[in-house]
Design a protein. Structure first.
Length: 432
C-alpha cells in the first residue's frame, strides 16, 4: 500500500517525536561537578562566582562590553564621571529588589580597594561614580568578577542576583547551589548544582581534567571539552643575566612539552598573550635552536611547586634543553631558585587589561604606560618591550579541560555563548 505525501509526513513526525523530545530543553535535575581545585572563597572562583553574583556589565567572547545589571551608561568628556542606569525588576536572592542604594556598598568597596578614592552617589535606579582621574577603561574593570554586586546578612555572606543562590557552603570542600526561581533573565533549567572541591573523581556529570604526567582512563561515553587557552606557564627571573636568559629562551624546545607532556591539549607560547586574545601572537614565534651559549655562569636553579607533577616534568624538560645549550639548570622545589616557573591564569578577555596585569606582576608596570585602546599597535609594542627585558620566557598556554557525561545537554553551546571564563551552567539541562 502506498501512502500519500501528507500521510508520510504525519508518520515521520510521529516516529521522530520521541527522538527530538529526548534532546529538548527541560527543567529539573541536579548537576554534580567535581573540581580538583579547593578554593576557600566563592568570590575567588572566576568560574563559579558569576553564577551567584553579577556585575554591572560583562565582556562577551569577542571582548565587547554588554549590559548586565546596568542597562545603560554615560560618561563625561574627561571620563571621570560615569552614570549607570540599573536594570529594573531585578531581585536579590532574599527577595529584596535591586536598587542603587543596596548595589553601592559592595561596588564601592571593590573600587576603593583597587583604585583608591572614588565617590558613589546612589539614587533610585541610578549610580554615579566620580573619580579624581580619567578612567577610560572603567567598563572593562567593572566586568571583573571582583566587581560583583552583592549583599550580606547574618545567614549568608553572599546574596547575589544571579541564576543560582547558595544553599550550603563548606569552604574547600563542597558548594551547593539551587535555582533562583525569580531570576530576572529566566529560571535556569537545573534545579540544583552540587560542586565537590579538591577531588579528582570522574564520577560527576562534569569534572575537570588537570594536566598531569599520567593518562587517566575515563568512563565510557564521556566527551572531552576544552576551553580556549586560559593559562600561561612561563619562566621568570630578576637575577639572571639578560644574555643568559635569552640563550635559555632560544634553547627551550616546546614541541615535546606540547605533544607529550600536555598530550597535545596545549599550545606553545612565545608571547605573553595567546593569539585569540591579542591577534598578533604569531609574530613572536621563533624557531627553537639549541645553540651552545657562549656565556659562562654558575649553575642556575629552577623553582617549581612541590605538589605539581606537571610543572616538575616541564622543569626537567627545560633543564635537559638547557644542558644541550651549555647551561647548567637544576630543578628544585625550593621557592628561592634563580629562575621561577609560574602559572598565570588569564583574568580578562580585554587584551590591554591583561597585559597591564602581567606587567605589574613582572614588576615593570611602566612598560604598559603607553597603551592606547584606540591604537592596537601600542599593545604589541608594550608586549615586545616586556619580552625584550629578558625577564620572562613564555613556554605554554593551557586550556581548561572537562569531562562531560552523556546526560548533560547544551554544554558546548552554553560555554561558547557565555563569554569570560565562567562555567555557564544556567543554560544546560540534564536527563532524569
Amino acid at each position: 500500500m502506498r501512502l500519500h505525501a501528507w500521510a508520510w509526513l504525519a508518520l515521520s513526525s510521529l516516529l521522530a517525536a520521541p527522538l527530538a523530545g529526548a534532546t529538548l530543553p527541560h527543567y529539573g535535575g541536579t548537576l554534580t561537578v567535581e573540581l580538583s581545585s579547593a578554593w576557600t572563597s566563592i568570590e575567588s572562583s572566576t568560574a563559579i562566582a558569576p553564577l551567584i553574583a553579577e556585575t554591572l556589565v560583562r565582556l562577551n567572547e569577542k571582548g565587547e562590553i554588554e549590559p548586565l545589571l546596568a542597562t545603560a551608561w554615560q560618561r563625561d568628556p574627561d571620563r571621570k564621571r560615569w552614570r549607570f542606569s540599573l536594570r529594573p525588576k531585578v531581585l536579590f536572592h532574599d527577595g529584596e529588589p535591586l536598587n542603587a542604594a543596596n548595589a553601592a556598598p559592595s561596588l564601592a568597596a571593590a573600587l576603593k580597594k583597587k583604585f583608591g578614592d572614588v565617590n558613589i552617589t546612589a539614587g533610585g535606579q541610578t549610580l554615579v561614580l566620580q573619580f579624581d582621574r580619567a578612567m577610560p577603561d572603567l567598563l572593562t574593570e567593572l566586568s571583573d568578577t571582583r566587581m560583583t554586586v552583592f549583599r550580606s546578612s547574618e545567614k549568608s555572606s553572599l546574596i547575589g542576583t544571579g541564576p543560582f543562590r547558595v544553599t550550603t557552603w563548606e569552604p574547600g570542600h563542597k558548594l551547593t547551589l539551587t535555582a533562583f526561581e525569580d531570576y530576572w533573565a529566566g529560571r535556569p533549567f537545573l534545579d540544583a548544582v552540587t560542586i565537590n572541591l579538591g577531588t579528582t573523581r570522574d564520577t560527576g556529570d562534569v569534572f575537570d581534567i588537570p594536566f598531569s604526567q599520567t593518562r587517566r582512563v575515563l568512563p565510557e561515553r564521556i566527551r572531552i571539552w576544552s576551553s580556549r587557552v586560559r593559562e600561561l606557564i612561563a619562566l621568570v627571573s630578576d637575577s639572571v643575566q639578560p644574555g643568559m636568559f635569552e640563550a635559555l629562551a632560544l634553547a627551550i624546545d616546546r614541541a615535546p612539552i606540547v605533544n607529550v607532556l600536555a598530550q597535545r591539549r596545549a599550545e606553545a607560547a612565545f608571547g605573553l598573550l595567546p593569539q585569540w586574545l591579542s591577534g598578533y601572537a604569531f609574530l613572536f614565534v621563533v624557531p627553537e635552536k639549541p645553540t651552545v651559549s657562549p656565556l659562562r655562569t654558575g649553575p642556575l636553579t629552577l623553582s617549581y611547586p612541590a605538589n605539581d607533577a606537571f610543572e616538575r616534568s616541564i622543569a626537567e624538560r627545560v633543564a635537559l634543553n638547557a644542558r644541550d645549550a651549555g647551561i647548567i639548570l637544576q630543578p628544585t622545589q625550593s621557592p628561592n631558585g634563580s629562575v621561577r616557573m609560574v602559572r598565570w591564569p588569564l583574568e580578562s578577555v580585554d587584551a590591554a587589561a591583561e597585559l597591564s596585569r602581567i606587567a605589574t606582576m613582572l614588576g615593570m608596570p611602566d612598560r604598559t604606560n603607553s597603551l592606547n585602546s584606540s591604537k592596537p599597535e601600542t599593545l604589541y609594542d608594550a608586549e615586545h618591550a616586556l619580552l625584550d627585558s629578558h625577564r620572562v620566557i613564555p613556554i605554554l598556554y593551557l586550556p581548561e579541560v572537562y569531562g562531560v557525561a552523556p546526560r548533560v545537554h547544551n554544554w558546548e553551546a552554553a560555554q561558547k555563548n557565555g563569554g569570560g571564563f565562567a562555567l555557564r551552567l544556567d543554560n544546560i539541562w540534564v536527563d532524569p
